[in-house]
Design a protein around this ligand. Structure first.
Ligand code: SF4
Length: 293
């Protein structure tokens, strides 16, 4: 891949997205606010929010809106975290019922301040959803600082899909994810699968941050080697001028190539495209029929 300093200032034509209408925004916001629920769609400034909210779907952000880490690509606020809301599992159930979701994705801020990293809260949310709805549950979890007991707590709550993003190729961790550890993330995915082989595991990668194609392919192989079932690859978009700069707008044909390679090396499902995010079309990906990204 090449890197031209001028390119990131000019968004290419394939990076245009449907805007959210005020009516849809109002409907979703009043439902979410009424239940005191946050979404990563809003907190991370996801470019797909118009499409997803219009389809009455969202990815819920549990354990507060403030993250204890400070990754340079992420728009979520960081700082001193909020108390855990014990009513959150029940509120999630109500939201899933109101939206009539068949597949629900839950993620969280990283809570390095909690002894279990928030694992027990994840488990409570999963169990409440299974008890009270027929939705399949996908959790996108932090690394729990490598704590296997915390991981086991989540795995034993029986989500249908356990996701953990490697986010970027390992060479770029020191600049972009200083407090994360690529090997630890691979180990988490491997251990989750060993703990419950029928569990689907999933990971996500952002491109356009200065990686080479060969490095992306290497990550794909390493994810497959730890049994990862599903993979998402999307274009990094800088949330603000304070965040890590975009190095390249990766063209659609490169995303298509990644998808092809991913399928050839054995992923059960791959979604690769400029606007793909780890929760984008998550239900369809699980069912094996994602629409074009
Ligand atoms: S892709 Fe995921 S995070 Fe983005 S708007 Fe859709 S559900 Fe929300």
């Amino acid at each position: 891949m090449f890197h031209d300093e001028r390119i990131p200032d000019r968004k290419p034509p394939w990076l245009r997205r449907r805007a959210i209408t005020p009516e849809v925004w109002q409907q979703m916001k009043s439902m979410l606010d009424g239940l005191s629920l946050a979404t990563i769609c809003e907190e991370a400034h996801c470019p797909n929010i118009g499409e997803c909210f219009h389809d009455r779907t969202a990815t819920f952000l549990i354990l507060g809106r403030i993250c204890t880490r400070n990754c340079r690509f992420c728009a979520v606020q960081h700082g001193y975290p909020q108390p855990v809301d014990d009513s959150e599992p029940q509120h999630l159930v109500e939201a899933v019922q109101q939206l009539n979701l068949r597949h629900v994705v839950i993620t969280s801020v990283t809570r390095d301040d909690l002894a279990d990293g928030g694992a027990a809260h994840f488990a409570r949310c999963i169990k409440a959803l299974h008890r009270n709805t027929s939705a399949t549950v996908e959790v996108l979890i932090p690394d729990f600082r490598g704590d296997e007991t915390a991981l086991r707590t989540v795995v034993e709550a029986h989500p249908e899909v356990l996701g953990h993003n490697v986010e970027v190729v390992p060479r770029l961790y020191p600049q972009i994810r200083a407090r994360a550890d690529y090997q630890r993330s691979l180990r988490l995915l491997q251990r989750a699968k060993e703990m419950r082989p029928s569990l689907y595991t999933k990971s996500g990668l952002m491109v356009g941050v200065g990686e080479e194609e060969q490095e992306v392919i290497q990550v794909m192989h390493e994810l497959r080697a730890v049994g990862c079932d599903f993979l998402t690859i999307g274009q990094y978009l800088r949330p603000s001028p304070q965040h890590y700069p975009v190095k390249e707008y990766v063209p659609p044909e490169v995303f298509a190539r990644y998808a092809q390679i991913g399928r050839e090396i054995g992923f059960r499902g791959v979604l690769s495209g400029p606007f793909v995010r780890s929760s984008y079309c998550a239900g369809a990906l699980l069912e094996g029929a994602p629409r074009n990204a």
